[in-house]
Design a protein around this ligand. Structure first.
Ligand SMILES: [Zn+2]
Length: 504
Protein backbone atom coordinates (compact mmCIF):
# COMPACT_ATOMS: atom_id res chain seq x y z
CA UNK A 1 0.00 0.00 0.00
CA UNK A 2 1.30 3.46 -0.72
CA UNK A 3 2.26 5.35 2.39
CA UNK A 4 0.14 8.40 1.59
CA UNK A 5 -2.97 6.33 1.59
CA UNK A 6 -1.96 4.52 4.77
CA UNK A 7 -1.26 7.82 6.55
CA UNK A 8 -4.79 8.90 5.61
CA UNK A 9 -6.09 5.68 7.18
CA UNK A 10 -4.11 6.46 10.34
CA UNK A 11 -5.74 9.87 10.53
CA UNK A 12 -9.14 8.27 9.98
CA UNK A 13 -8.56 5.98 12.96
CA UNK A 14 -7.44 8.95 15.02
CA UNK A 15 -10.72 10.72 14.24
CA UNK A 16 -12.73 7.62 15.01
CA UNK A 17 -11.18 7.06 18.45
CA UNK A 18 -11.59 10.77 19.24
CA UNK A 19 -15.33 10.11 19.22
CA UNK A 20 -14.96 7.51 21.98
CA UNK A 21 -14.70 8.87 25.54
CA UNK A 22 -11.47 7.58 27.06
CA UNK A 23 -10.45 9.65 30.06
CA UNK A 24 -8.25 7.87 32.60
CA UNK A 25 -10.36 5.39 34.55
CA UNK A 26 -12.98 5.30 31.77
CA UNK A 27 -11.28 3.01 29.25
CA UNK A 28 -13.97 0.32 28.93
CA UNK A 29 -15.42 1.52 25.64
CA UNK A 30 -12.15 2.29 23.83
CA UNK A 31 -10.71 -1.01 25.05
CA UNK A 32 -13.67 -2.93 23.66
CA UNK A 33 -13.60 -1.02 20.39
CA UNK A 34 -9.94 -1.84 19.72
CA UNK A 35 -10.39 -5.40 20.98
CA UNK A 36 -13.15 -5.95 18.41
CA UNK A 37 -11.12 -4.20 15.73
CA UNK A 38 -8.30 -6.71 16.32
CA UNK A 39 -10.63 -9.72 16.47
CA UNK A 40 -12.27 -8.75 13.19
CA UNK A 41 -8.80 -9.04 11.69
CA UNK A 42 -8.24 -12.47 13.25
CA UNK A 43 -5.50 -11.28 15.56
CA UNK A 44 -4.93 -12.85 18.94
CA UNK A 45 -6.17 -10.60 21.73
CA UNK A 46 -5.59 -10.70 25.47
CA UNK A 47 -7.62 -8.29 27.54
CA UNK A 48 -7.48 -8.09 31.33
CA UNK A 49 -9.91 -6.73 33.92
CA UNK A 50 -8.01 -3.43 34.07
CA UNK A 51 -8.78 -2.79 30.36
CA UNK A 52 -5.23 -3.41 29.19
CA UNK A 53 -4.84 -5.03 25.76
CA UNK A 54 -2.16 -7.24 24.24
CA UNK A 55 -2.69 -7.91 20.52
CA UNK A 56 -0.38 -10.15 18.53
CA UNK A 57 0.15 -10.12 14.81
CA UNK A 58 2.46 -12.63 13.12
CA UNK A 59 5.44 -11.48 11.09
CA UNK A 60 4.74 -10.38 7.52
CA UNK A 61 5.41 -12.96 4.80
CA UNK A 62 8.49 -11.05 3.61
CA UNK A 63 10.03 -10.86 7.08
CA UNK A 64 13.38 -12.52 7.71
CA UNK A 65 13.07 -15.95 9.33
CA UNK A 66 15.02 -15.06 12.42
CA UNK A 67 13.38 -11.78 13.30
CA UNK A 68 12.24 -11.69 16.92
CA UNK A 69 9.04 -9.96 18.00
CA UNK A 70 8.82 -6.23 18.56
CA UNK A 71 6.54 -4.74 21.20
CA UNK A 72 4.61 -1.64 20.08
CA UNK A 73 3.37 0.26 23.08
CA UNK A 74 1.02 3.14 23.91
CA UNK A 75 -1.76 4.01 26.33
CA UNK A 76 -5.54 3.97 25.87
CA UNK A 77 -6.41 6.79 28.24
CA UNK A 78 -6.12 10.55 27.90
CA UNK A 79 -5.98 13.56 30.21
CA UNK A 80 -9.33 15.36 30.38
CA UNK A 81 -8.83 19.11 30.66
CA UNK A 82 -11.11 21.82 29.33
CA UNK A 83 -11.27 25.59 29.28
CA UNK A 84 -13.28 27.17 32.08
CA UNK A 85 -15.88 28.44 29.62
CA UNK A 86 -16.23 25.16 27.73
CA UNK A 87 -19.23 22.96 28.48
CA UNK A 88 -18.07 19.41 27.91
CA UNK A 89 -18.69 15.99 29.43
CA UNK A 90 -15.65 13.77 28.86
CA UNK A 91 -17.64 10.72 29.96
CA UNK A 92 -20.19 10.91 27.17
CA UNK A 93 -19.26 13.40 24.47
CA UNK A 94 -17.05 12.91 21.42
CA UNK A 95 -14.19 15.40 21.09
CA UNK A 96 -14.92 18.20 18.66
CA UNK A 97 -11.95 18.13 16.31
CA UNK A 98 -10.77 21.21 14.46
CA UNK A 99 -8.18 21.28 11.69
CA UNK A 100 -6.25 24.51 11.26
CA UNK A 101 -3.51 24.49 8.67
CA UNK A 102 -1.12 21.72 9.63
CA UNK A 103 -2.63 21.26 13.09
CA UNK A 104 -5.45 19.29 14.55
CA UNK A 105 -6.88 20.24 17.95
CA UNK A 106 -10.08 19.87 19.92
CA UNK A 107 -12.49 22.70 20.65
CA UNK A 108 -11.91 23.85 24.25
CA UNK A 109 -10.54 20.51 25.45
CA UNK A 110 -7.48 18.32 25.41
CA UNK A 111 -7.05 16.51 22.08
CA UNK A 112 -5.76 13.23 23.43
CA UNK A 113 -3.12 12.94 20.70
CA UNK A 114 -1.26 11.93 23.84
CA UNK A 115 -1.69 9.05 23.31
CA UNK A 116 -4.38 8.62 20.65
CA UNK A 117 -1.81 8.78 17.87
CA UNK A 118 -0.22 5.60 19.24
CA UNK A 119 -3.62 3.89 19.08
CA UNK A 120 -4.13 5.07 15.48
CA UNK A 121 -0.67 3.81 14.42
CA UNK A 122 -1.34 0.50 16.17
CA UNK A 123 -4.70 0.08 14.42
CA UNK A 124 -3.19 0.60 10.98
CA UNK A 125 -0.45 -1.89 11.82
CA UNK A 126 -3.22 -4.37 12.65
CA UNK A 127 -5.13 -3.62 9.46
CA UNK A 128 -2.50 -3.02 6.78
CA UNK A 129 0.09 -5.16 5.03
CA UNK A 130 3.55 -3.96 5.87
CA UNK A 131 6.94 -5.55 6.31
CA UNK A 132 7.43 -6.21 10.00
CA UNK A 133 8.64 -8.78 12.52
CA UNK A 134 6.06 -10.45 14.78
CA UNK A 135 4.22 -7.61 16.55
CA UNK A 136 3.09 -7.58 20.17
CA UNK A 137 0.93 -4.50 20.54
CA UNK A 138 0.52 -3.45 24.18
CA UNK A 139 -2.09 -0.78 24.91
CA UNK A 140 -2.43 0.11 28.56
CA UNK A 141 -5.12 1.74 30.67
CA UNK A 142 -4.76 4.57 33.16
CA UNK A 143 -1.27 5.71 32.28
CA UNK A 144 -1.92 9.34 33.07
CA UNK A 145 -2.84 8.94 36.72
CA UNK A 146 0.00 6.69 37.82
CA UNK A 147 0.63 4.03 35.15
CA UNK A 148 -1.57 1.61 37.05
CA UNK A 149 -2.56 -0.30 33.89
CA UNK A 150 1.05 -1.08 33.05
CA UNK A 151 1.85 -1.87 36.68
CA UNK A 152 -1.03 -4.38 36.90
CA UNK A 153 -0.58 -5.96 33.45
CA UNK A 154 0.48 -9.60 33.32
CA UNK A 155 3.33 -9.49 30.81
CA UNK A 156 4.13 -13.22 30.92
CA UNK A 157 2.70 -13.75 27.42
CA UNK A 158 5.10 -11.24 25.88
CA UNK A 159 8.18 -12.67 24.25
CA UNK A 160 9.51 -9.48 22.62
CA UNK A 161 12.79 -8.10 23.92
CA UNK A 162 12.57 -4.97 21.79
CA UNK A 163 10.03 -2.28 22.60
CA UNK A 164 8.91 0.82 20.74
CA UNK A 165 6.93 3.22 22.90
CA UNK A 166 4.94 5.86 20.95
CA UNK A 167 4.40 8.34 23.79
CA UNK A 168 7.05 10.96 22.97
CA UNK A 169 5.91 14.35 21.68
CA UNK A 170 8.77 15.78 19.63
CA UNK A 171 9.52 14.64 16.11
CA UNK A 172 13.15 13.69 15.66
CA UNK A 173 13.72 13.26 19.40
CA UNK A 174 14.23 9.71 20.53
CA UNK A 175 13.90 9.02 24.22
CA UNK A 176 16.27 6.45 25.63
CA UNK A 177 15.74 6.78 29.37
CA UNK A 178 13.14 8.04 31.80
CA UNK A 179 13.05 8.98 35.42
CA UNK A 180 11.77 6.86 38.21
CA UNK A 181 10.43 8.67 41.21
CA UNK A 182 9.24 8.66 44.75
CA UNK A 183 7.14 11.10 46.75
CA UNK A 184 8.67 11.91 50.08
CA UNK A 185 6.69 13.64 52.82
CA UNK A 186 8.78 15.26 55.54
CA UNK A 187 6.84 15.78 58.77
CA UNK A 188 8.10 17.97 61.56
CA UNK A 189 5.94 18.11 64.70
CA UNK A 190 5.59 21.71 65.86
CA UNK A 191 5.53 22.94 69.44
CA UNK A 192 3.24 25.93 69.89
CA UNK A 193 2.98 28.51 72.62
CA UNK A 194 0.89 31.56 73.20
CA UNK A 195 2.02 34.70 71.41
CA UNK A 196 2.71 37.76 73.55
CA UNK A 197 -0.29 40.08 73.06
CA UNK A 198 1.83 43.06 72.06
CA UNK A 199 2.90 41.35 68.81
CA UNK A 200 0.99 41.99 65.60
CA UNK A 201 0.22 39.61 62.77
CA UNK A 202 2.26 40.17 59.63
CA UNK A 203 2.08 38.27 56.34
CA UNK A 204 5.21 37.61 54.30
CA UNK A 205 4.31 36.71 50.70
CA UNK A 206 6.49 35.41 47.92
CA UNK A 207 4.91 35.64 44.47
CA UNK A 208 5.52 36.03 40.78
CA UNK A 209 7.57 32.89 40.22
CA UNK A 210 7.31 31.05 36.92
CA UNK A 211 7.00 27.55 38.37
CA UNK A 212 6.40 24.71 35.89
CA UNK A 213 6.27 20.93 35.87
CA UNK A 214 8.94 19.61 38.19
CA UNK A 215 10.02 17.01 35.62
CA UNK A 216 10.25 19.21 32.54
CA UNK A 217 11.01 22.64 34.04
CA UNK A 218 13.42 21.69 36.82
CA UNK A 219 16.39 22.10 34.50
CA UNK A 220 15.47 25.74 33.93
CA UNK A 221 16.74 26.42 37.45
CA UNK A 222 13.78 28.55 38.43
CA UNK A 223 13.16 29.59 42.00
CA UNK A 224 11.09 27.50 44.42
CA UNK A 225 8.81 29.66 46.59
CA UNK A 226 9.04 27.27 49.57
CA UNK A 227 12.82 27.31 49.52
CA UNK A 228 12.83 31.10 49.12
CA UNK A 229 10.58 31.39 52.17
CA UNK A 230 13.18 29.50 54.20
CA UNK A 231 15.76 31.91 52.87
CA UNK A 232 13.70 34.95 53.89
CA UNK A 233 13.06 33.63 57.41
CA UNK A 234 16.72 32.75 57.78
CA UNK A 235 17.58 36.33 56.84
CA UNK A 236 15.30 37.67 59.57
CA UNK A 237 16.51 35.23 62.20
CA UNK A 238 18.62 36.86 64.90
CA UNK A 239 18.09 40.33 63.42
CA UNK A 240 14.52 40.83 64.54
CA UNK A 241 12.31 39.16 67.14
CA UNK A 242 9.53 37.34 65.33
CA UNK A 243 7.21 34.39 65.91
CA UNK A 244 5.96 31.97 63.28
CA UNK A 245 2.25 31.07 63.14
CA UNK A 246 2.01 29.27 59.78
CA UNK A 247 3.77 28.45 56.54
CA UNK A 248 2.09 27.51 53.28
CA UNK A 249 3.37 27.21 49.74
CA UNK A 250 2.86 25.31 46.49
CA UNK A 251 -0.06 23.28 45.21
CA UNK A 252 1.29 19.95 43.91
CA UNK A 253 4.46 18.03 44.58
CA UNK A 254 5.14 17.78 40.84
CA UNK A 255 4.82 21.51 40.23
CA UNK A 256 7.54 23.99 41.15
CA UNK A 257 5.84 26.19 43.77
CA UNK A 258 5.10 29.71 42.56
CA UNK A 259 3.82 31.23 45.77
CA UNK A 260 4.41 30.89 49.51
CA UNK A 261 3.01 32.70 52.52
CA UNK A 262 4.29 32.90 56.10
CA UNK A 263 2.23 34.36 58.93
CA UNK A 264 4.50 35.95 61.53
CA UNK A 265 4.01 37.95 64.68
CA UNK A 266 6.21 41.01 65.09
CA UNK A 267 6.26 43.96 67.48
CA UNK A 268 4.97 47.17 65.78
CA UNK A 269 8.22 48.77 67.00
CA UNK A 270 10.07 46.43 64.60
CA UNK A 271 7.93 47.07 61.50
CA UNK A 272 10.47 49.40 59.92
CA UNK A 273 13.29 46.96 60.54
CA UNK A 274 11.19 44.16 59.07
CA UNK A 275 10.54 46.25 55.97
CA UNK A 276 14.26 46.96 55.53
CA UNK A 277 15.28 43.32 56.02
CA UNK A 278 12.60 42.12 53.61
CA UNK A 279 13.75 44.57 50.96
CA UNK A 280 17.35 43.44 51.46
CA UNK A 281 16.63 39.75 50.97
CA UNK A 282 14.20 40.51 48.12
CA UNK A 283 16.98 42.33 46.30
CA UNK A 284 19.44 39.49 46.81
CA UNK A 285 16.93 36.97 45.50
CA UNK A 286 15.92 39.12 42.55
CA UNK A 287 19.56 39.55 41.61
CA UNK A 288 20.22 35.81 41.76
CA UNK A 289 17.19 34.96 39.63
CA UNK A 290 17.43 37.93 37.29
CA UNK A 291 17.31 35.67 34.21
CA UNK A 292 15.55 32.48 35.29
CA UNK A 293 12.74 34.10 37.26
CA UNK A 294 12.69 37.89 36.84
CA UNK A 295 9.27 38.69 38.38
CA UNK A 296 9.76 37.43 41.92
CA UNK A 297 8.31 39.64 44.62
CA UNK A 298 8.88 39.31 48.38
CA UNK A 299 6.67 41.46 50.58
CA UNK A 300 5.85 41.84 54.24
CA UNK A 301 2.64 43.58 55.32
CA UNK A 302 0.43 43.76 58.37
CA UNK A 303 -2.26 41.14 57.83
CA UNK A 304 -5.56 42.70 56.75
CA UNK A 305 -7.79 40.85 59.20
CA UNK A 306 -5.41 41.73 61.99
CA UNK A 307 -5.44 45.38 60.96
CA UNK A 308 -9.24 45.58 61.08
CA UNK A 309 -9.43 43.34 64.14
CA UNK A 310 -6.98 45.62 65.88
CA UNK A 311 -9.09 48.66 65.31
CA UNK A 312 -12.18 46.91 66.63
CA UNK A 313 -10.55 45.47 69.72
CA UNK A 314 -8.90 48.79 70.50
CA UNK A 315 -12.26 50.46 70.39
CA UNK A 316 -13.93 47.78 72.48
CA UNK A 317 -11.38 47.21 75.17
CA UNK A 318 -7.69 47.32 75.86
CA UNK A 319 -8.04 44.10 77.81
CA UNK A 320 -7.53 40.95 75.72
CA UNK A 321 -8.66 37.53 76.70
CA UNK A 322 -5.35 35.64 77.09
CA UNK A 323 -6.74 32.42 75.61
CA UNK A 324 -7.62 34.20 72.36
CA UNK A 325 -3.97 35.02 71.69
CA UNK A 326 -2.55 33.44 68.56
CA UNK A 327 -0.46 30.32 68.83
CA UNK A 328 3.03 30.51 67.39
CA UNK A 329 5.86 27.98 67.39
CA UNK A 330 8.52 28.13 70.09
CA UNK A 331 11.87 29.76 69.34
CA UNK A 332 13.64 26.39 69.45
CA UNK A 333 11.13 24.92 67.04
CA UNK A 334 11.36 27.92 64.74
CA UNK A 335 15.11 27.37 64.57
CA UNK A 336 14.56 23.78 63.43
CA UNK A 337 11.97 24.81 60.85
CA UNK A 338 14.37 27.34 59.34
CA UNK A 339 17.28 24.87 59.38
CA UNK A 340 15.13 22.31 57.59
CA UNK A 341 14.03 24.78 54.91
CA UNK A 342 17.58 26.03 54.46
CA UNK A 343 19.13 22.64 53.74
CA UNK A 344 16.32 20.54 52.26
CA UNK A 345 17.46 19.25 48.85
CA UNK A 346 15.82 20.98 45.91
CA UNK A 347 16.47 21.29 42.19
CA UNK A 348 18.82 19.44 39.83
CA UNK A 349 21.37 17.07 41.38
CA UNK A 350 22.82 15.38 38.30
CA UNK A 351 22.59 15.70 34.55
CA UNK A 352 22.75 12.71 32.20
CA UNK A 353 26.18 13.73 30.95
CA UNK A 354 28.49 16.70 30.70
CA UNK A 355 26.42 18.35 27.97
CA UNK A 356 23.79 18.95 30.71
CA UNK A 357 21.01 18.60 28.13
CA UNK A 358 18.86 16.28 30.16
CA UNK A 359 18.41 15.98 33.88
CA UNK A 360 19.16 12.66 35.50
CA UNK A 361 18.40 13.33 39.18
CA UNK A 362 16.34 16.06 40.83
CA UNK A 363 13.94 16.81 43.62
CA UNK A 364 11.19 19.38 44.08
CA UNK A 365 10.07 20.59 47.50
CA UNK A 366 6.62 21.13 46.07
CA UNK A 367 4.10 21.56 48.88
CA UNK A 368 4.68 23.12 52.28
CA UNK A 369 1.94 23.24 54.91
CA UNK A 370 1.51 23.83 58.62
CA UNK A 371 -1.55 21.92 59.71
CA UNK A 372 -2.47 19.39 62.37
CA UNK A 373 0.39 20.58 64.56
CA UNK A 374 3.02 19.68 61.95
CA UNK A 375 5.06 21.28 59.24
CA UNK A 376 4.90 19.05 56.17
CA UNK A 377 6.99 19.34 53.03
CA UNK A 378 6.07 17.08 50.16
CA UNK A 379 8.92 16.37 47.76
CA UNK A 380 8.96 14.74 44.34
CA UNK A 381 12.29 12.95 43.85
CA UNK A 382 13.22 11.76 40.34
CA UNK A 383 16.12 9.96 38.75
CA UNK A 384 16.79 7.67 35.82
CA UNK A 385 19.39 5.93 38.01
CA UNK A 386 17.82 3.94 40.84
CA UNK A 387 20.69 4.30 43.30
CA UNK A 388 20.73 8.07 42.82
CA UNK A 389 17.00 8.29 43.50
CA UNK A 390 17.53 6.20 46.63
CA UNK A 391 20.45 8.32 47.79
CA UNK A 392 18.54 11.57 47.41
CA UNK A 393 15.58 10.01 49.17
CA UNK A 394 17.89 8.94 52.01
CA UNK A 395 19.21 12.49 52.32
CA UNK A 396 15.68 13.80 52.78
CA UNK A 397 14.81 11.05 55.28
CA UNK A 398 17.93 11.76 57.31
CA UNK A 399 17.32 15.46 57.23
CA UNK A 400 13.80 14.90 58.55
CA UNK A 401 15.32 12.89 61.40
CA UNK A 402 18.02 15.49 62.12
CA UNK A 403 15.46 18.23 62.38
CA UNK A 404 13.41 16.27 64.90
CA UNK A 405 10.81 14.95 62.51
CA UNK A 406 10.21 11.91 60.36
CA UNK A 407 9.33 10.97 56.81
CA UNK A 408 6.77 8.92 54.87
CA UNK A 409 7.21 7.92 51.25
CA UNK A 410 4.72 6.73 48.63
CA UNK A 411 4.07 6.49 44.88
CA UNK A 412 7.38 4.88 44.06
CA UNK A 413 7.68 4.26 40.30
CA UNK A 414 10.52 2.68 38.36
CA UNK A 415 13.09 4.34 36.14
CA UNK A 416 14.39 3.30 32.75
CA UNK A 417 18.13 3.66 32.75
CA UNK A 418 19.94 4.61 29.57
CA UNK A 419 21.59 1.54 28.02
CA UNK A 420 25.27 1.76 27.18
CA UNK A 421 24.53 0.23 23.80
CA UNK A 422 21.22 -0.33 22.06
CA UNK A 423 20.51 -1.88 18.69
CA UNK A 424 17.07 -0.33 18.50
CA UNK A 425 18.59 3.10 19.16
CA UNK A 426 21.15 2.48 16.39
CA UNK A 427 18.37 1.38 14.03
CA UNK A 428 16.21 4.42 14.79
CA UNK A 429 19.17 6.75 14.35
CA UNK A 430 20.36 5.27 11.05
CA UNK A 431 16.88 5.04 9.51
CA UNK A 432 16.16 8.63 10.55
CA UNK A 433 19.45 9.88 9.08
CA UNK A 434 18.75 8.00 5.85
CA UNK A 435 15.20 9.36 5.52
CA UNK A 436 15.71 12.96 6.63
CA UNK A 437 19.40 13.60 6.02
CA UNK A 438 20.08 14.71 9.60
CA UNK A 439 20.87 13.26 12.96
CA UNK A 440 18.03 12.89 15.45
CA UNK A 441 18.21 14.08 19.04
CA UNK A 442 18.66 11.28 21.53
CA UNK A 443 17.75 12.20 25.08
CA UNK A 444 16.30 11.16 28.39
CA UNK A 445 12.97 12.37 29.72
CA UNK A 446 12.91 13.53 33.32
CA UNK A 447 9.48 12.12 34.07
CA UNK A 448 7.90 8.70 34.30
CA UNK A 449 7.20 6.73 31.15
CA UNK A 450 5.69 3.28 30.95
CA UNK A 451 9.06 2.11 29.63
CA UNK A 452 10.23 2.28 33.26
CA UNK A 453 7.52 -0.15 34.30
CA UNK A 454 8.17 -2.49 31.37
CA UNK A 455 11.93 -2.42 31.86
CA UNK A 456 11.34 -3.96 35.30
CA UNK A 457 8.51 -6.30 34.30
CA UNK A 458 9.94 -7.80 31.12
CA UNK A 459 13.56 -7.76 32.13
CA UNK A 460 16.35 -6.75 29.81
CA UNK A 461 14.55 -5.14 26.91
CA UNK A 462 15.96 -2.88 24.25
CA UNK A 463 13.62 0.11 24.26
CA UNK A 464 13.05 3.48 22.66
CA UNK A 465 10.27 6.08 22.71
CA UNK A 466 9.32 8.34 19.83
CA UNK A 467 6.31 10.15 18.37
CA UNK A 468 5.13 13.08 16.23
CA UNK A 469 5.06 16.74 17.24
CA UNK A 470 2.38 17.34 19.86
CA UNK A 471 2.23 20.70 21.61
CA UNK A 472 0.51 21.59 24.88
CA UNK A 473 -0.33 18.01 25.91
CA UNK A 474 -2.48 17.78 29.06
CA UNK A 475 -3.94 21.26 28.38
CA UNK A 476 -6.89 22.48 26.25
CA UNK A 477 -4.26 23.95 23.90
CA UNK A 478 -3.05 20.49 22.89
CA UNK A 479 -2.51 20.21 19.14
CA UNK A 480 -0.79 17.76 16.84
CA UNK A 481 1.03 18.46 13.60
CA UNK A 482 -0.62 16.44 10.82
CA UNK A 483 2.45 16.43 8.60
CA UNK A 484 4.57 15.27 11.55
CA UNK A 485 2.09 12.48 12.38
CA UNK A 486 2.38 11.37 8.76
CA UNK A 487 6.18 11.52 8.70
CA UNK A 488 6.51 9.59 11.95
CA UNK A 489 4.12 6.95 10.60
CA UNK A 490 6.29 6.50 7.51
CA UNK A 491 9.31 6.44 9.76
CA UNK A 492 7.78 3.72 11.96
CA UNK A 493 7.11 1.60 8.87
CA UNK A 494 10.71 2.06 7.72
CA UNK A 495 12.02 1.07 11.14
CA UNK A 496 9.81 -2.03 11.30
CA UNK A 497 10.99 -3.08 7.81
CA UNK A 498 14.56 -2.73 9.04
CA UNK A 499 13.86 -4.68 12.24
CA UNK A 500 12.20 -7.43 10.17
CA UNK A 501 15.60 -8.22 8.80
CA UNK A 502 17.63 -7.94 11.99
CA UNK A 503 18.03 -11.24 13.79
CA UNK A 504 18.12 -9.86 17.32
ZN1 LIG B 1 1.10 9.96 27.30
Amino acid sequence: MDNNNSAEKVLGYFKKISSIPRGSGNEGEICEYIENFAKERNLSVYRDEHFNLIIKKPASADCGNDAKPVIIQGHLDMVCEKNADTEFDFKTQPLKLITEGDFIRASGTTLGADNGIALAYAMELMDGNYTHPPLEIVLTADEETGMTGALLLDTSSLSGKRLINIDEETEGNFVVSCAGGVKSLVRLPLIFEETPPELTEVTVSIKGLKGGHSGFAIKKQRANANILMGRVLNHLLGKIDFRLASLNGGLKDNAIPREAVAVLYVSPADFDKLAVLTREIAQIIKHEYEYEDPDISVEAAVSKEEASGKAISNAASSEKNASSNAQTVTAECLGRVISLLTVIPNGVYFYDDETAKSVQTSTNAGVMRTEGGELTIQNAVRSSVLSRKQLLHEKIKNLAKLSGGYENSFSDYPEWERAASSKIRDTFTSVYARMYGKKPEVSGVHAGLECGVFSKKIGSTDMIAFGPDIFGAHTPDEKMSLSSAKRMWEFLLAVLAELANLDT
